[in-house]
Write a protein that binds this ligand. Structure first.
Ligand SMILES: [Zn+2]
Length: 165
């Protein structure tokens, strides 16, 4: 008899716990639709300005692509004979490694240009989405002068300096 009561009590406790959990869940669900940071309509650069920045970005992009093409050509052009003098120097004085170093430099430069290209592509994406010109960290509009100089800038100058530390 006593065992039965104990069982019943446990059952009741379980039910209470379940109800409490359900209540907590209900509150959590209720609280969910309120976003932590409601999207605020931000006033960015106007269409004319954005077209201007887009033009700068596209021009820089073209420049880089051309430079990369030239670099690629110079890196691959080992067997054509155009760099025959360099190649013979390379085979004769391989231990000096000058050509290798030259190649390494070219490669580093190319990868840096590649990164720059990614930044420019990202800026174009942000232009498409209407997010261009806003600092990714604090959300303020980046200065026109800064964007003119660095059209792919993702941060305002203050946040850039903060991150640099
Ligand atoms: Zn900022």
């Amino acid at each position: 008899m006593a065992k039965k009561i104990a069982k019943k009590t446990t059952g009741t406790a379980k039910t209470i716990r379940a109800r409490a959990t359900a209540a907590v869940k209900a509150v959590a669900v209720k609280a969910k639709p309120v976003p932590a940071k409601p999207p605020v309509a931000r006033k960015g650069y106007n269409k004319t300005d954005l077209a201007h920045f887009r033009k700068i970005i596209l021009e820089k992009r073209k420049e880089i692509l051309e430079e990369l093409e030239t670099l690629k050509a110079s890196m691959m052009d080992v067997t054509t004979g155009e760099y025959a003098t360099e190649n013979s120097t390379y085979s004769l004085h391989m231990e000096q490694g000058t050509d290798t170093m030259e190649r390494e430099k070219t490669f580093l430069f190319a990868s840096r240009e590649g990164k720059f290209l990614n930044y420019l592509d990202d800026a174009l994406k942000r232009l498409e989405k209407g997010e261009y010109g806003f600092c990714l960290d604090c959300g303020t509009l980046i200065d026109r002068e800064r964007l003119d100089a660095v059209p792919h800038a993702q941060l305002c100058i203050n946040c850039k300096l903060k991150r640099g530390k």
